[in-house]
Write a protein that binds this ligand. Structure first.
Ligand code: HEM
Length: 400
């Protein structure tokens, strides 16, 4: 492949598999790459681990707020809506809202979830065990993250399905099977409106769910208002579902392709924590997030101008040969493993601890329940340059 032929923006490129060869070519030849867009303009793609890390930390130069976090430029209204989300804020506003989440979503709160998570994981495995032939994504991987978000937010039972449908539409905006772009915008509005309703119901009452804790936090006289909450709700509902599902689904495929790793893990759960870091690196559920340059800056000889779009390519960074020895080997003992699947710096994922715990519990219960898993058909991926999602994994499971 030649550099002139590269188009890492094209969502079709991601349908069959992650375009690792293209990323590797760019890392070797053009690690700060100008990607043209169909409408004529373009963006800078940062492919190297060191550059993604440095830009993630330098929010003064690479702003999340100025142009939002996806490549496509937004209308002023869309941008205003996007900027109400934590991911698309810069300090000092970002620090204030992030602190509210951090104060409510504590390590203790997450650790206390473990017995609940385990009971849910067992139920999920049992239902799948009765079916035997199932879709690993829908029947197993999607369920635990979904139930967890619903639990920590205390979403009423009757509304749960609708919330996940809306979240899927929002994320799958370039996949014709999932949603058209307008539908994605409408989903964001509907989710936000739902969050607003929840905020009104819970503000001023002493609930212990994450929503009540965030809403009723007293922070230097600036509590979270209902509009700010609605945006945060959209973000947590979406961020916590799709990504964790992708991790579990992608990890399962990796284990099926690496039977030795599968056997080792099922017989020694102590290997799981390092294996989960490798699963995160290997699957990298978010391919990129965007920043916008706030000043002219030079990077590896390229002149990035103020206002230029810059994409932080986590997937490419996680396979950077300069950081990871034999990056294309799935190594459940890889240590250290400084992957960037959760991003880095100012916006480092607030759900990282929860996502790791979910994966730990999920795989322990999976291995306890099933002695064998085999693919019964090809898996299908989401058509997206933003998220590394798998839509379907037909699988046959043999209970112990
Ligand atoms: C495997 C699972 C997950 C992955 C791979 C993941 C990935 C990410 C990434 C790449 C970022 C942006 C980091 C940056 O810009 O530097 C992020 C931010 C965030 N994530 Fe996650 N995430 C996961 C699970 C979760 C869960 C379970 C939750 C909530 C329950 C969550 C909530 C958030 C929030 C609120 C932010 C915004 C933080 C900020 O802007 O300060 N994530 N995540």
């Amino acid at each position: 492949m030649k550099l002139e032929d590269v188009n890492i923006y094209d969502p079709d490129l991601y349908v069959k598999a992650v375009p690792h060869e293209t990323f590797a070519l760019l890392r070797a030849q053009e690690p700060v790459f100008w990607q043209e867009l169909p409408e004529g303009a373009g963006y800078w793609a940062l492919l190297k681990h060191a550059d993604v890390m440095a830009a993630s930390k330098d929010w003064q130069t690479f702003s999340a707020a100025r142009g939002g976090i996806i490549i496509e430029d937004q209308s002023p209204q869309q941008l205003a809506a996007m900027r109400t989300q934590l991911l698309s804020m810069d300090p000092p506003e970002h620090i204030r809202i992030r602190r509210i989440v951090l104060d409510a979503f504590t390590p203790t709160m997450i650790a206390e979830l473990e017995p609940w998570l385990r009971a849910r994981a067992r139920e999920i495995m049992q239902v799948a065990a009765e079916k035997r032939d199932c879709d690993f994504v829908r029947d197993l991987a999607a369920e635990l993250p979904l139930q967890t978000i619903n639990q920590i937010m205390a979403i009423p039972e009757a509304d749960r399905l609708r919330i996940v449908e809306l979240g899927d539409k929002l994320i799958g905006r370039t996949d014709p099977e999932v949603a058209a772009r307008d539908a994605a915008a409408n989903s964001a509005t509907e989710l936000g409106a739902y969050g607003f309703k929840l905020a009104n119901e819970r503000k001023g009452r002493g609930g212990k769910d994450l929503i009540s804790l965030m809403l009723n936090a007293e922070l230097e006289g600036h509590p979270l208002n209902e509009v700010e909450f609605a945006a945060l709700f959209v973000q947590i509902a979406v961020a916590g579902n799709e990504t964790s599902r992708s991790l579990l689904a992608g990890a399962m495929l990796a284990l099926l392709e690496n039977p030795r790793a599968y056997r080792e893990l099922e017989s020694d759960f102590a290997l799981l924590p390092t294996a989960i870091e490798e699963m995160l690196r290997w699957t990298t559920p978010v391919h990129y997030f965007r920043r916008t340059a706030t000043r002219d800056v030079e990077l590896r000889g390229k002149k990035i101008r103020e206002g230029d779009r810059v994409a932080l390519h986590y997937t490419s960074a996680n396979f950077d040969e300069e950081v990871f020895e034999e990056p294309f080997r799935f190594d459940i003992r890889r240590d250290p493993n400084p992957h960037l699947a959760f991003g880095w710096g100012e916006h480092f994922c607030l759900g990282a601890r929860l996502a790791r715990l979910e994966a730990q519990v999920f795989f322990e219960e999976f291995f306890r329940c099933f002695s064998r898993a085999e693919l019964t058909g090809p898996s299908r991926r989401l058509r997206s340059n933003l998220t590394n999602s798998i839509r379907e994994i037909p699988i046959r499971l043999t209970p112990r």
